[in-house]
Design a binder for this molecule. Structure first.
Ligand SMILES: NC(=O)c1ccc[n+]([C@@H]2O[C@H](COP(=O)([O-])OP(=O)(O)OC[C@H]3O[C@@H](n4cnc5c(N)ncnc54)[C@H](OP(=O)(O)O)[C@@H]3O)[C@@H](O)[C@H]2O)c1
Length: 307
């Protein structure tokens, strides 16, 4: 994040006309992987703007060569400078947490990964069991970020999470939700460090309340579904990436354009595109390098899908 502040950008988001004159956020000369601060971090911790999501079959059992490919996704994340890995108790029926935990342990990557997971349980007892299970599956005594998944029994689980944070077992806590209900995440913004919700070129509701409030309250944002779970890439299949996007933003694929759109919003800390393919992981991380779109370029990107 370079030339404008989060607040300046966000006040502009309210009116697209105001955005048009904003300067570019990043420059061609600055080719490092863009990092964003975690606002509530006491030691000014920063995260790379592109991470990895594991919701889609990442932990599902498959042939050994497919499992090796998925393990390689995690290794590429780290090798190319990424850090954020988002999983959850429910993904692949618990298989994602367990697989991620195994790969991280076998490849000795624990200190190189910002490990986020979630529990989605009704009732205190079930919540407690899931909390213990997550430590075991992830094979770690500490979890960087624990979410209440889909706002299920948030008021019950959040005090428990905050207690574990005070004891040093969680570093940060948050609440996640996608879909129509996600605006209700604003309820807990005074208590949490992170929120996670859906945001993409054709799903921009979050620009109205969630993103501005997160910036105002110093809550870090992980963006789920930044590629629209395949919906958006399907729409441009067979088309060529516009020449202006290659020249001005260095984007060589539509996936990169979608990711650059998401992470160019200054209230976003990181996007967590899901992939089971090492090549896609490398391509996605590359979107976090080089220039990010300014306000005008953001609208040009969005228009590819929404015009
Ligand atoms: N309530 C919640 O908290 C919640 C809800 C939903 C999601 N999430 C989180 O958000 C993450 C992201 O969402 P998602 O995985 O469902 O959807 P997504 O990231 O929007 O899209 C993933 C899809 O895009 C494809 N893809 C990824 N990179 C690509 C590339 N460079 N080129 C072409 N295709 C590419 C993937 O296929 P390949 O495997 O072939 O690459 C996969 O089919 C999840 O994994 C999860 O961690 C959280």
């Amino acid at each position: 994040m370079t030339s404008i502040s989060r607040k300046e950008f966000l006040s502009g988001v309210a009116g697209t006309a105001a955005l048009a004159g904003l300067p570019a956020m990043g420059s061609a000369a600055d080719n490092a992987l863009v990092m964003r601060a975690i606002p509530k971090s006491k030691n000014k911790e920063q995260l790379p703007v592109i991470g990895l999501g594991t919701a889609q079959d990442f932990g599902a059992q498959a042939a050994p060569e497919i499992m090796e490919q998925k393990a390689q996704v995690i290794r590429e994340l780290v090798a190319k400078g990424g850090r954020v890995l988002d999983t959850a108790e429910q993904y692949s029926g618990g298989g994602a947490e367990a697989f991620v935990g195994d790969v991280i342990a076998q490849s000795a990557l624990r200190d190189k990964i910002f490990l986020a997971t979630k529990i989605e349980e009704r009732g205190k007892e079930a919540g407690q069991a899931a909390i213990e299970t997550a430590f075991k599956r992830l094979r770690s005594d500490t979890i960087d970020l624990m979410f209440v998944h889909n706002m299920v029994d948030t008021d019950l689980h959040l005090p428990v999470f905050l207690d574990l944070k005070a004891k040093g077992r969680y570093r940060y806590v948050g609440v996640s939700s996608t879909g129509r209900e996600q605006d209700r995440l604003t309820t807990w913004m005074d208590q949490i460090d992170f929120v996670e919700f859906a945001y993409a070129v054709d799903a921009r509701e979050a620009e109205k309340r969630l993103l501005p409030m997160a910036a105002d309250k110093g809550v870090a944002v992980l963006v789920a579904l930044p590629l629209g779970r395949g919906r958006l890439l399907g729409k441009v299949q067979g088309q060529a990436v516009p020449e202006w996007a290659k020249q001005e933003l260095g984007a060589v694929s539509f996936a990169q354009l979608l990711l650059k759109f998401v992470v160019s919003h200054p209230a976003v800390t990181a996007a967590i595109p899901g992939t089971n393919r090492p090549q896609h992981m490398i391509e996605n991380l590359a979107a976090g390098h080089g220039p990010l779109p300014d306000a005008k370029q953001r609208e040009r990107i969005a228009a590819i899908w929404t015009a």
